[in-house]
Design a protein around this ligand. Structure first.
Ligand SMILES: [Zn+2]
Length: 143
């Protein structure tokens, strides 16, 4: 996952912000809890808004390669158009300049969207076994 780079997570317990490793990002992607590398408590991403943003990162990662392709194609087309006399040298220069400008603006925006800090929450403890058996027994007794 190339989108992963530069994503940070903040632990709710020790308040330490750390760069998330690829395996931790995978854990978040499949909504599995993982241990905080500092206080070793289980963490998960519970905020639905951040989870949605996190999942959209995959698409933002595609922006860079598609923009590179797009820019290259436009530059080549402009060059060929100039060669065959469809546009002037100035026209070719202007098109190239505009497309490069758009290229860097889009990449800048994509990078900005990819830089996030996730607020990681502690996993709520599940009910202990004894309590579950007591509930089960109480249910059976009601019959
Ligand atoms: Zn921690």
């Amino acid at each position: 996952m190339t989108a992963a780079l530069g994503i940070k997570g903040q632990c709710a317990h020790c308040d330490i912000t750390f760069e998330l490793k690829p395996w931790q990002l995978n854990a978040i992607a499949i909504e599995e809890p993982f241990d905080c590398p500092y206080c070793h408590r289980e963490l998960e991403l519970r905020c639905p808004r951040q989870l949605r943003h996190f999942k959209s990162l995959e698409y933002w990662a595609l922006v860079r390669p598609s923009m590179v392709t797009f820019t290259c194609v436009v530059l080549i087309v402009a060059l060929v158009a100039e060669w065959v006399g469809l546009i002037s040298v100035i026209g070719q220069f202007n098109i190239s300049l505009v497309v490069l400008l758009v290229h860097f603006m889009v990449l800048r925006y994509a990078r900005h969207r990819q830089r996030i800090t996730l607020n990681l929450h502690a996993v709520e403890p599940t009910l202990p076994i004894e309590q579950l058996t007591r509930i089960a027994c109480a249910r059976l007794g009601q019959r």
